[in-house]
Design a protein around this ligand. Structure first.
Ligand SMILES: *Cc1c(COP(=O)(O)O)cnc(C)c1O
Length: 364
């Protein structure tokens, strides 16, 4: 068996520890004589899997008791509509930092007043716009951000001001990569397939006092329905939640918590950025202080050479490293599950490629 280094932006690589454990439990999980996939979501075995996952996440992220943990479906993308459906009354202030906020803006516009209070579009989203409280709309209900921009490789290092307004944040591609002060947010959401588990699960962490009954919202689109039913109003994505639970177990018991995870992630990202910055072939276009620890785009400045890089990288066992079509070049997504060794060997490959393709050198 040969496993590749998978730099996909999502669905992304999972810790081998998790895959091994799932494989051991595939035919007989928790002494049930069946796979988790075959379990009733109403069984005590599955209820235990779900509650254990929630308890682990609460400990890992230090989530206070006045916040609810919900498992939904519909991906990160359904949150672009569900947030305004539940909370947009007078207006939403959105900071546009790329593809994922553009999509959120488009959905918001169908549902109510949408104010794009800042944007880095004019610079192809290579930085995070800094805003002041006075940039916000007087009557808006909330500020909406995408904390880590998966496609462009930018990340908020400090949250924007939002005095008197709720803060809704898309953490799809940075959740669990570092400690998070949950109390600074009103709602956090994340599609699972980057840093939590398999596609098909969306995690929501929401302040309990925001949960309200509604006569107009469809039940499946009201957060309170999920909270009232321990995320089991209907059949939840059971196997996905089980894998998320194993990832939480790995983070707690193998990695030793999010402080440790952050240290490892900084070490990995800094190694790659330092090499890119020192190289005469590759460059990263992102404002240094706004660089993501999870998604590292880089280019050679020559489209043909980029294509050659992607092809040769694949042959060498580094897959899904092609950049998003709107940015071009390459992108290494280096989520929690990417081991340090994956970065070290990628850099070795990049050095070799650079030596073979240096400008002015005969390309034999
Ligand atoms: C991947 C991603 C999404 C979309 O997730 P889906 O589950 O495909 O809907 C939203 N936001 C961010 C930041 C992402 O990286």
């Amino acid at each position: 068996m040969t496993r590749v280094y998978n730099f996909s932006a999502g669905p992304a690589c999972l810790p081998e520890w998790v895959l091994n454990k799932a494989s051991e439990e595939m035919l007989d999980a928790h002494q049930s004589g069946m796979s988790v996939m075959e379990m009733s979501h109403r069984s005590s075995e599955f209820e235990d899997i779900l509650n254990t996952a929630k308890a682990r996440l609460r400990r890992l992220m230090n989530i206070p008791e006045d916040y609810e943990i919900l498992f939904l479906q519909g991906g990160g993308s359904m949150q672009f509509s569900m947030i305004p459906m539940n909370f947009l009354k007078n207006g939403a202030d959105i900071i546009n930092t790329g593809q994922w906020t553009k999509k959120a803006i488009a959905e918001h516009k169908k549902l109510g007043k949408t104010n794009v209070v800042a944007s880095s579009a004019e610079d192809n989203f290579t930085y995070i716009p800094k805003i002041k409280q006075s940039d916000l709309s007087e009557d808006s209900d909330y500020v909406y951000i995408c904390e880590n921009n998966t496609i462009y490789g930018t990340k908020y290092k400090e949250l924007p001001p939002h005095e008197g307004k709720m803060l809704m944040a898309d953490l799809s591609s940075c959740i669990l990569s570092e400690p998070t002060d949950v109390t600074k947010y009103d709602l956090i959401f994340a599609g699972a397939q980057k840093n939590i588990g398999p596609a098909g699960v969306t995690l929501v962490i929401i302040k309990k006092d925001l949960l309200k009954d509604s006569d107009t919202l469809p039940s499946m689109l009201n957060y309170k329905t999920y909270a009232d039913n321990n995320s089991m109003y209907n059949t939840p994505p059971t196997y996905g939640i089980y894998i998320c639970g194993l990832v939480f177990e790995w983070l707690e018991d193998v990695i030793g918590g999010l402080e440790n995870m952050q240290k490892i992630n900084h070490q990995k990202a800094n190694l790659l950025y330092d090499y890119i910055d020192s190289s005469s072939l590759y460059s990263n276009p992102v404002n240094k202080e706004d660089r993501s620890y999870m998604n590292v785009p880089f280019v050679t400045g020559d489209k043909e050479l980029d294509a050659k890089f992607v092809k040769e990288a694949k042959e060498a066992g580094f897959v899904n490293i092609k950049g998003h079509r709107t940015v071009g070049g390459m992108r290494a997504s280096i989520y929690n599950a990417m081991p340090l060794e994956g970065i070290e060997t990628l850099i070795e490959f990049m050095k070799k490629f650079e030596a073979e393709n240096a400008k002015g050198t005969a390309n034999v």
